[in-house]
Design a protein around this ligand. Structure first.
Ligand code: ADP
Length: 313
């Protein structure tokens, strides 16, 4: 549904996007993850046909974004970063304008407008100028515009940026509900978002792809993967009990909340042994948890090497 081949954007002698190649299959939600200045927006703008690549190519629904721009744009809904342009229009005028641009007519036009207004809960603000709306509503208006023609491909640049936690949740639910019949790329710097909506994540930094994996595969790269953590009334006692578990490689105590984490030796499972050791020694503990791995740590490790390139932003 989406494919890039050696897609590159240079500004003068600075390379913002550096020969990026990836494919997204139908029905996939791909998270584009990276620190500020990584090249996420630039890549999305090239896919959406708003920015010409310096070299390389991209196709959307089989159409080359440079050679067949109309066909590619027809298949695609794009939410740029920030607020919708045309801030002086009210919401109804803006959506009517998008419906015109998209060539929606008659019954289909009414159905699509009703659907977008309902999905994004815009009923109460239809007559309000976009400039006067809260950041959250501006984002929702932008999303309504992006999905209005029911495109097969959605490219959403930081769709939950500026939303409060409830609004974030609503937009994530919306994205999940659309994922059934659409191919979606979302960019984000929020790791929780990757968990909530993405089946696959590409980590980019310094204009390059540094990882391309499922969230679970990324977590498996974390040193916390398969670690066991717990809180104990008496930390010393708990550490003593854990020291007797042969499969534990290391024990750490978080200085902030005294939470203890035990790291297994490679390939070992320690959850049951930890529980048994604590009970045997009569240690009072709570919140014994098996860790899946920490995406924030994996993200930091993977992107740290590219820090030099980001210094420019
Ligand atoms: P992200 O979306 O990941 O935060 P961007 O794609 O916006 O990153 O930017 C990637 C890099 O390209 C940044 O270093 C940014 O400063 C640079 N950049 C973006 N637009 C321009 C431009 N018009 N001229 C020069 N440099 C730009």
């Amino acid at each position: 549904m989406i494919e890039t081949r050696q897609l590159t954007k240079r500004y003068g002698d600075f390379t913002a996007v550096d020969a990026i190649s990836f494919k997204v299959e139908p029905g996939q939600v791909l998270g584009f993850l990276g620190p500020n200045g990584a090249g996420k927006s630039t890549t999305m703008k090239m896919l959406a046909g708003f920015l010409a690549p310096t070299s390389g190519s991209a196709t959307v629904a089989g159409f080359d974004v440079e050679k067949q721009p109309l066909e590619a744009k027809r298949a695609l809904g794009y939410l740029p970063e920030g607020a919708p342009s045309y801030g002086e229009m009210n919401v109804r005028e803006f959506l009517d304008f998008i419906a015109d641009v998209r060539g929606l007519k008659d019954d289909q036009r009414h159905r699509r407008l009703d659907d977008a207004i309902e999905r994004l809960h815009l009923d109460g603000v239809m007559e309000q100028p976009i400039d006067t709306l809260s950041k959250g509503f501006k984002r929702r208006v932008g999303l309504a515009g992006a999905i209005l023609h029911d495109p097969r491909v959605l490219i959403l640049d930081e769709p939950t940026d500026g939303l409060d936690p409830n609004q974030k949740q609503e937009v994530r639910t919306l994205i999940n509900s659309m994922a059934r019949d659409k191919t979606i790329i979302i960019s984000t710097h929020l790791l929780e978002e990757v968990h909530a909506v993405c089946r696959r994540a590409i980590i980019i930094a310094g204009g390059r792809i540094l990882a391309d994996a499922t969230p679970a595969e990324l977590e498996a790269r974390s040193r916390y993967h398969q670690a066991v953590s717990l809180s104990a009334a008496n930390v010393g006692e708990a550490k003593e009990a854990l020291a007797r578990v042969a499969e534990i490689a290391a024990i750490e105590v978080d200085p902030q909340d005294n939470r203890i984490t035990a790291f297994p030796k490679p390939g070992r499972a320690i959850f049951v042994a930890v529980g048994d050791a604590l009970k045997e020694r009569g240690v009072v503990f709570r919140e014994l948890a098996l860790e899946a791995g920490r995406l924030d740590e994996v993200f930091r490790t993977i992107t740290q090497g590219a820090a030099g390139k980001e210094a420019r932003t």
